[in-house]
Structure formats: C-alpha cells, structure tokens
Design a protein around this ligand. Sequence first.
Ligand SMILES: *Cc1c(COP(=O)(O)O)cnc(C)c1O
Length: 245
Amino acid sequence: MTQSRDIVKIITRNLASLRARIEAACKRAGRDPAGVTLIAVTKYHGVEVMEAVAAAGLQDIGENRLQVAEPKLMALKAKVRRHFIGPLQTNKTKRVLELFDIIHSLDRLALADVIDKRAVQAGRATVGCFVEVNTSGEASKSGLAPSQLIETLEEIRQKYHRIELLGLMTMAAQTEDAGRVRASFQRLRELRDEAVANGKMTPAFGGLSMGMSGDFEIAIEEGATHIRIGTALYEGLPESSAGAG
Ligand SMILES: *Cc1c(COP(=O)(O)O)cnc(C)c1O
C-alpha cells in the first residue's frame, strides 16, 4: 500500500513537469501562466488522491459523475474549488449545486432553467457556469452546436439571473490529428470572441475551459484559461492507490 506522503511526492513530481510544459506553451503563445488554471480531474481516484492533490498545492479539482464524486467530496477535508465537468442530468442538479462550485457542462437551455431554480434550494446566490459547445461535430460529444450558441447565451443572460456565465467549454475531437484538435480549440475561442464582441456579456464571461492530458499544450496556445488534467497528474501512481473508479 502506497503511503499518502508517497502519493503526494509522485503528484508533486508530475505537477512540476506539467507546470514546465504549461509555462513553455504560455511562452510560445506570449501568455502569462497565471492565466491558466489547472483543474486536477480526480474521477478515477479516491479521496486520498484528492487530499494529495491539494497537499501538492492544487486548488481546483474536477469530477464528472455525481455518484462517484459524492462520497469522496463528503469525506474530503481539503478546501478546494470543486468543478463539475461531466454530463449533467436535470434530476441530479440540486445535489450537484450543493457539492460543486462551478459547472463546466451547461449544454442546453432546459438545464439552465433547472440550475436557476435549484440554486435557491441549494442556498446559492449564483452558480458559475461554462457553456459546453460541440466544436468537433462528433455525435458522441455533448454540447451545443456552434450555430445555436449566441442565441442560447443571450437567452440565459436574459432569463436566468442566478447563472453567472464564466465562458465556454469544449472537448476536442478524439484523434491523433493535431490540426483537427487545434481547429476545435480555435473554434471555441472564435465563438467566445464573437459573444464578447456582441457586447452583452458580463465582465465575468471570457473563460475557455479546454485541454486535457493529451492536448492541453495546443489548448493553451489557443487561449485556454482552464485546463482539465487527469492522467498526466497520476503517472507512476500504483494501481493500489487508485481507489474506486
Ligand atoms: C476525464 C476528463 C478529463 C481529463 O482527462 P485526462 O485525459 O485524464 O487528462 C477532462 N475533461 C473531462 C470532461 C473529463 O471527463
């Protein structure tokens, strides 16, 4: 059994190499690394790894399924920002709002309606949300079609005052073709710029949640403000410390 201090050591080492890659990507793009938030995705790991991630200095964790995340978050002692990054069913919304700070997967108006209503019951004045866009055209990916985005943002802005729009989120095409991956991220940035240029978004809007272990450098080059990293953070961690998947 791996001791928790060994888990912290492994994660700290992986984090140092990730930070170096983030800095190099920022340098190529002429960006300040302070503008990129690393969200540690802990979905395949137990609460011990969550605590280790916090001990290694990360302040943001991401989970994609309520059933898996709930027991871990109930046990978690570290104070971290909690990001919900997976598909969200309306009947799970209230609990998600009780357990998570920020939602990255607002992908339909019906969900905006439920988030706005449940926010009150969950004791929330506002809920920070990224609107998910399907930039790859892959049928398996969730997210709004780019053609629906501007109209949907406008409707959310007008009708759902408890939703604080923080920006846009996407998952790139699942492919070895770096050009197609980059095209997804560029598309999201253009859509963000279009929404900002139409002049109606609040100052909080402007974030780009994009980039995972396999493609975060391209995402940073294209303007990512939030990268969601799982696999790369846990390299070298023995399976025995992986916890429930
Ligand atoms: C799992 C997951 C990630 C992290 O993926 P890795 O390839 O392990 O870095 C990022 N975003 C979402 C939405 C995920 O479900």
